[in-house]
Design a protein around this ligand. Structure first.
Ligand code: NAD
Length: 394
């Protein structure tokens, strides 16, 4: 099959197996170039391990610390006439590279919100690893069925209290326009908290603890975002921000439950980056395009792998440097005053006409395509590719 990108709005419906593998290898090479992280956990469960921040959180402990990793994700496997999702091919590539390096790597493809997947993970840990030293929780999902109630909740990205309008960009067409979003209802807020808040993270940690598969001193980390005031109405003060507040409160509850075994739950506030999840948020892709421009000019730009390498090598290595609310801040460079002042000034000016000149929309698009395995050096996109790639551990 000759595989080309097919972009529909903010998603690409095809992905390239060899390109995804090259993207995974690039990330592994970066981690190797930074050297080993002596304190990296040795047996790691990553929930949401196939793309974005979760994939990076699997690569870093494996290739900087020789960790055994168990990954959980929800991806579409390939069919003879249709490519699998990028996360599928990323996971195939990750497992191949890990196995070639002599590392344990298994993956479970299923709904992480369900009891069945939690049971499968626990059985796999018991059979293969005994216990885990770290649990990384990196899910981004538009819906969740609560296994206790059977109710399916859908998350949304809406402001709270008042309608909101601001600039946004159609990244595909390069058009900057005004977006108007009506405020969330109480049900919208509750649903978004049910999907992206901390309830499922706590259910995971309770189930793992009850099964006796959490090692003494276990660390669990979930990811959050705050960002600058220009995105607050849609992000931090909107429905998704309520969910993140809930996630952050959950960290304290989990830490209290883990205190006996000297375990700890952290929330790490990460940088805004191009991922499948973030490209669906109004306003944010335009902010990211300007942010990339400013951070690249200052030599401070990082992608998921650089962020997570820094998280493990500095903050999780015994010096978390929490903020006043107890959160790790790996968004520290994004939030620097000089960076934010420059982004805010560009925000005022940006329009369809000057988008290509004053923002890094080109970088945004290139990163977006890379998420699906397109635009990688050394890949011949005119050549036949084999879409049917099984997961080595399946
Ligand atoms: P992503 O879309 O790249 O990854 C989401 C992962 O969740 C994938 O592995 C996917 O397979 C998995 N997943 C989704 N639904 C699932 C389900 N039901 N069962 C099992 N797996 C499922 O997203 P991302 O941007 O890396 O986001 C991960 C976390 O990082 C989120 O909490 C997000 O809010 C946070 N974060 C993202 C950014 C950003 O700018 N991208 C910034 C800060 C924090």
């Amino acid at each position: 099959m000759i595989i080309k990108p097919k972009i529909r709005g903010f998603i690409c419906t095809t992905s390239h197996p060899d390109g995804c593998a090259a993207h995974v290898r690039q990330q592994i090479e970066y981690v190797r170039s930074k050297g080993p992280i002596a304190s990296a956990p040795k047996r790691v469960l990553v929930i949401g391990s196939s793309t974005g921040y979760g994939l990076a959180s699997r690569i870093v402990p494996a290739f900087a610390g020789g960790a055994a990793t168990l990954g959980v994700f929800f991806e579409k496997p390939p069919e003879p006439d249709r490519t699998g999702t990028a996360g599928w091919y990323n996971s195939v590539a990750f497992e191949r590279e890990a196995h070639a390096a002599g590392l344990y790597a298994k993956s479970i493809n299923g709904d992480a919100f369900s009891d069945a997947v939690k049971e499968q993970v626990i059985a796999t840990i018991k059979a293969d690893l005994g216990q885990v030293d770290a649990v990384i929780y990196s899910l981004a999902s538009p819906r969740r069925t609560n296994p206790r109630t059977g109710v399916t909740h859908k998350s949304c990205l809406k402001p709270i209290g008042a309608a909101y309008s601001n600039k946004t960009v159609d990244t595909d067409r390069g058009i900057v326009s005004e977006v108007n979003i009506e405020p969330a209802s109480d049900a919208d807020i509750a649903d978004t908290v049910a999907v992206m808040g901390g309830e499922d993270w706590e259910m995971w940690m309770d189930a793992l603890e009850a099964a006796g598969v959490l090692a003494p001193g276990v660390v669990t980390v979930a990811y959050s975002y705050i960002g600058p005031s220009l995105t607050w109405a849609i992000y931090r003060n909107g429905t998704i921000g309520r969910a993140k507040e809930h996630l952050e409160e959950t960290a304290d509850r989990i830490s209290a439950k883990l205190a006996d075994k000297e375990g700890r739950a952290w929330v790490s506030v990460n940088k805004a980056l191009v991922t499948q999840a973030s490209s669906a948020i109004p306003v944010v892709p335009l902010y990211i395009s300007l942010l990339y421009r400013v951070m690249k000019a200052k030599g401070l730009h990082e992608g998921c792998i650089e962020q997570i390498q820094r998280l493990f090598a500095t903050r999780l290595a015994g010096n978390p440097q929490p903020d006043e609310d107890g959160r790790i801040r790996i968004d520290d460079w994004e939030m620097r005053e000089d960076i934010q002042a420059e982004v805010a000034a560009l925000w005022e000016k940006v329009s369809t006409e000057n988008l290509a000149d004053i923002s890094d929309i080109a970088g945004y698009r290139a990163e977006f395509l890379k998420l699906f395995g397109f635009g990688l050096e050394g890949i011949n996109y005119e050549a036949e590719a084999e879409p049917m790639q099984p997961l080595p551990s399946a």
